[in-house]
Design a binder for this molecule. Structure first.
Ligand code: HEC
Ligand code: HEC
Length: 348
């Protein structure tokens, strides 16, 4: 062994240790990156999932698209004298939480949902719970309040129930802007008329009660990828709102909300969920829509006492799940059905 190779020889264990450390580091970094990706799957993954052929429509269009309401062209809004107000209204409906949610920059009066989570694309989608009939049909007498309601009080109904929050003052900038937007949307609709495709689809009634257990299976197959197995959805990273909104629990709509009624939930979901479904390409069957509604609406959510609701109990809709009722049917049946016999009895 010559002199020159001796120090190298002595260094050998040290080099081995360094190599080992380097290998460990590479493994660690790689692992972290991998789990990061797996854990926080980007939203596009979920979207791709539901568009696979396995989710192909089970039934055809829910309505003939001919004559369906279409929203005025958004590009034309600048022609309006109150264009800024209308734009602010649309912004509030699309990003409600950012302005009026738990960390709202204007006020903190609602639960983090956006109006648009249920009134799709700012209330412009046919059978997507759109606002086409808001201008033309309000004020109107509603059974729930037993009074004539103007559009402001209808909007506040959703704030207090669907957003489990507080009412906005009629003269606030925010209320005025939302009303201006709805008036602009409904500008071409004849007074008193509800255009084709307004509101929510009426899913044909089943002969049986809707089944929460069957609904759970559907939920696990068709909804968990976005709304999560605990139903709490996914919050935006900056906390300004939801990428996928919650479907039950303390951050969801309360028991006084429209979606707590089975027919509203089933109809909304039939034409719009899983996200990507439309009235022309629905994904769930009628039975699946009712059953998943039964599952979601049998889980915990905020209770709020609306003592003055339904002053005339005979006006309660078939699927209002709280007694007393003017017919002999139980709360259970008013909640899950079968509804046909309730409807038939009401006709007599
Ligand atoms: C959790 C779901 C949900 C959210 C969030 C929600 N709504 Fe609603 N909204 C409904 C349902 C359900 C109806 C009743 C639709 C029906 O019965 O046809 C409704 C009805 C309405 C109507 C009456 C439409 C008509 O033609 O009669 C207006 C106006 C309205 N909502 C405004 C709002 C506004 C403004 C917000 C946000 C502050 C909001 N909603 C948030 C579910 C929701
Ligand atoms: C690919 C993701 C995805 C899937 C799958 C999905 N949803 Fe949604 N869901 C959304 C998004 C996104 C919104 C909000 C829409 C918006 O703001 O434009 C939403 C909104 C909703 C809402 C109204 C808002 C709320 O929080 O109450 C209900 C109800 C709902 N989904 C039910 C379902 C049901 C039931 C299923 C399964 C049959 C389902 N969704 C499957 C993405 C999804």
């Amino acid at each position: 062994m010559n002199q020159a190779s001796k120090p190298l020889h002595q260094l050998f264990p040290l080099i081995m240790v360094l190599l080992l450390l380097a290998a460990l580091l590479v493994g660690l970094v790689g692992g972290v990156l991998y789990f990061d990706n797996v854990g926080l799957q980007p939203s596009t993954e979920h979207l791709a999932k539901t568009q696979e052929p396995s989710a192909a429509p089970k039934s055809k269009a829910l309505m003939d698209p001919v004559g369906m309401w279409v929203a005025p062209d958004w590009a034309s809004v600048d022609e309006e004298l109150n264009a800024d107000e209308i734009k602010y209204g649309r912004e509030l409906i699309a990003n409600t939480s950012e302005y009026l949610g738990p960390n709202g920059k204007v006020k903190k009066i609602s639960n983090g949902l956006n109006c648009q989570n249920c009134h799709l694309q700012a209330g412009t989608v046919p059978l997507g719970n759109n606002y086409s009939a808001a201008k033309s049909t309000y004020p109107k007498v509603r059974g729930r309040s037993g009074q004539s309601e103007d559009i402001q009080s209808r909007i506040n109904g959703c704030f207090q129930r669907s957003l489990n929050g507080e009412a906005l003052a009629d003269n606030s900038q925010e209320m005025k802007a939302m009303v201006a937007y709805m008036n602009w949307l409904g500008q071409d609709v004849e007074k008193g008329k509800s255009p084709k495709g307004a509101g929510i689809y009426e899913v044909p009634l089943l002969d049986r009660a809707a089944d929460p257990l069957k609904g759970k299976t559907i939920y696990e197959r068709q909804c968990v990828s976005c709304h999560m197995s605990d139903g709490q959805g996914v919050m935006e990273s900056d906390g300004s709102g939801y990428t996928y909104p919650p479907l039950w629990g303390e951050h969801s709509y309360n028991q006084g909300a429209g979606l707590f009624r089975m027919s509203r939930f089933a109809g909304y979901v039939k034409a719009n969920m899983p996200f990507g479904a439309t009235f022309e390409n629905p994904i769930l069957s009628d039975e699946e829509s009712w059953d998943v509604a039964a599952y979601v609406n049998s889980l915990d959510r905020p209770k709020k006492d609306f003592q003055d609701d339904w002053p005339d109990i005979s006006k309660k809709p078939m699927d209002h799940p709280f007694g007393p009722f003017s017919d002999g049917f139980s709360e259970e049946q008013h909640k899950f059905g079968p509804f046909k016999e309730i409807k038939a009895a009401a006709k007599k």
